[in-house]
Design a protein around this ligand. Structure first.
Ligand code: PXL
Length: 285
């Protein structure tokens, strides 16, 4: 009997603007994996470029949810965290890891907190230090280059980058404690953009690129991490999973660019789900 896999996704719900739980749920479910959720907050929209959004913090609900689940004898093949709203929430999620981590499950932390050289204004200056502590418990971390600089307490550098810089960042991130590091927003020229991966255990580094499309599109980090986890849990090796996630994200951006919708409204990933399903199921895709 083949058991269906189950993921616990811990992110906010941004009611409009396609990111966090509203992309993690459909993407991971599409590949046949069950998704349980802990919503960390409910917002009318995400915080990227919108003004006047509502924000209901749900931190106080997390521990009662966990206590109830502990009576149900449930387990997860992966725990996947994204946008976490406060330092207290980071501590509570760290406790969720203690309760539900096993020898075999994957703890994936996407340290959502910054982009384009800047910490998101909703976060206090000490937030990156707390996020670094959560990353130290993870199996896989998926920062972009701004988040990487904040995790390392270093200055953000603008691209294009070179291999020497990217590989030194990967190695330093590996020192935080995760077994695998996937760095996003990597580019060496203006033609191609993608991700760099580092397997700390085998010391291997690999790259996955796709065509670089100009513009800042919201929610693409969440789409990338959700597709990466979907591919990994479907049995793809890290390097294949990275290429699948890079292609899925870049095709979603390309569709959206073509449609010329407001970039804050999120990208059209939905029309790529069928092809994602096929690729995660194909050996050596
Ligand atoms: O996509 C990351 C994200 C998730 N959730 C909220 C956000 C952001 C990025 O700005 O504001 C609420």
């Amino acid at each position: 009997m083949r058991m269906q896999k189950r993921v616990l996704a811990i992110h906010d719900i941004s009611c409009f603007g396609k990111c966090s739980l509203t992309v993690a749920l459909p993407i991971i479910s599409a590949v046949g994996i069950e998704v349980s959720v802990i919503p960390t907050a409910v917002l009318s929209t995400h915080t990227g470029g919108f003004h006047g959004y509502t924000y209901r913090d749900l931190t106080d609900d997390i521990e009662p949810i966990i206590r109830h689940w502990q009576t149900l004898n449930i387990n997860f093949e992966a725990i996947y965290t994204g946008f976490l709203g406060s330092s207290r929430q980071l501590e509570i999620v760290s406790h969720v890891f203690d309760v539900f981590s096993t020898k075999n499950n994957i703890l994936l932390v996407d340290p959502v907190m910054a982009d384009n050289g800047k910490l998101y204004p909703v976060f206090p200056q000490d937030f990156p230090a707390g996020m670094r502590r959560l990353c130290s418990k993870a199996d896989i971390i998926v920062p972009n280059l701004t988040e990487a600089a904040l995790l390392l307490g270093e200055e953000y550098k603008e691209g294009p980058y070179n291999k020497e810089y990217i590989e030194s960042v990967l190695k330093k991130l590996g020192g935080i404690g995760a077994k695998k590091v996937v760095l996003t927003g990597v580019y060496f020229d203006n033609e191609r953009l993608g991700a760099a991966g580092y397997d700390v255990v085998t010391n291997e580094i690999s790259y996955a690129f796709s065509k670089k499309i100009e513009g800042v599109y919201h929610g693409t980090g969440d789409i990338f991490a959700s597709a990466l986890l979907s591919a990994l849990l479907s049995g793809q090796p890290l390097w294949n999973a990275m290429q699948i996630a890079v292609d899925f994200t870049s095709q979603s951006i390309a569709r959206t660019k073509h449609a010329a919708t407001d970039t804050r409204f999120g990208v059209n990933f939905e029309e790529g789900l069928q092809s994602l399903i096929k690729r995660v199921q194909t050996k050596n895709s």
